[in-house]
Design a binder for this molecule. Structure first.
Ligand code: ADP
Ligand code: ADP
Length: 237
């Protein structure tokens, strides 16, 4: 469903972040992208939802060539692709529920998202998403009252409420302690297995990658240096 064909990404400062990348990812896979800082992991996943434009080659998602999409088409396309960041990207001074409800009105300006009146249906969907990540009891708590792990779960619930086919996660556990990190990885695993959502995750924590992902893609200097089943990986990648 996701296919990179001879993809190259050169930033405006002439940094070649991706070189001749050829990768195919099927529906439902759990892929970990590993490599040193600056290797190109983040660029790789951010091209998938058009946060970055590729410079040459082709990137196809479900038969659509991503770089031919324009304006409104990009926004529609992005609704099917959830994005999780290291820094959670939540509105911390409002409730957990409000943060999830925001996913139903992505095109509204920020102040209307926060003051918006939401339908009962949306509220039920948002509460369902919170239940899926085990924090339904926090729905009416302000985000800044939660731990880092709980905040990342709110971000996951917000993404789930948008019913994506794919979740891109850019170092989702990098700022969490080991115990919390495992809980968040468990959530990703459950979401992948039960809801059949593909997960493509950048992660510098190799042991976590090996423990949770089915497939490992190793990136170095913008090139894919390893791509295979997790069982086939040795620690030296
Ligand atoms: P990783 O996620 O593996 O740390 P990145 O994809 O963030 O790697 O970065 C790959 C290379 O591209 C690095 O050399 C980085 O400095 C550069 N880079 C990343 N983002 C930008 C940007 N927006 N503009 C210019 N260069 C960038
Ligand atoms: P905007 O109102 O411009 O979408 P946001 O604060 O929502 O601003 O997002 C900041 C950046 O992160 C933008 O470049 C946006 O495209 C990107 N972004 C945030 N969330 C997502 C997402 N779920 N999918 C794709 N891109 C996202």
């Amino acid at each position: 469903m996701i296919e990179f064909i001879h993809v190259e990404k050169i930033y405006s400062n002439k940094v070649k972040a991706l070189q001749d990348v050829n990768v195919k990812i099927d529906k439902g896979e759990f892929v970990a992208v590993i490599g040193l800082s600056g290797a190109g992991k983040s660029t790789l996943i951010r091209c998938i939802n058009r946060m970055h434009d590729i410079t040459s080659g082709k990137l196809i998602v479900d038969g659509v060539e991503v770089n031919t999409l324009k304006g409104k088409q990009i926004r529609t396309f992005r609704k099917r692709i959830g994005m999780i960041f290291q820094s959670f990207n939540l509105v911390t001074r409002t409730s957990v529920l409000k943060n999830v409800l925001v996913s139903f009105v992505p095109d509204l300006p920020f102040w209307r998202k926060v003051t918006g009146i939401f339908s009962k249906e949306h509220k039920i969907e948002a509460l369902t998403a919170l239940d899926q990540v085990g924090i339904l009891d926090k729905a009416y708590v302000r985000v800044d009252q939660l731990s880092g792990g709980q905040q990342q779960r709110v971000a996951l619930a917000r993404t789930l409420a948008q019913q994506p086919d794919i979740i891109l996660a850019d170092e989702p556990i990098a700022s969490l302690d080991p115990v919390t990190a495992k809980q968040v990885m468990d959530d990703f695993q459950r979401i992948n297995e039960e809801l059949k959502i593909s997960v493509i995750m950048n992660i510098h924590h190799v042991e976590m990658a090996l423990q949770y992902a089915e497939r490992i893609i190793g990136v170095r200097d913008g090139k894919i240096v390893f791509d295979g089943k997790t069982e086939a990986v040795t620690q030296e990648v």
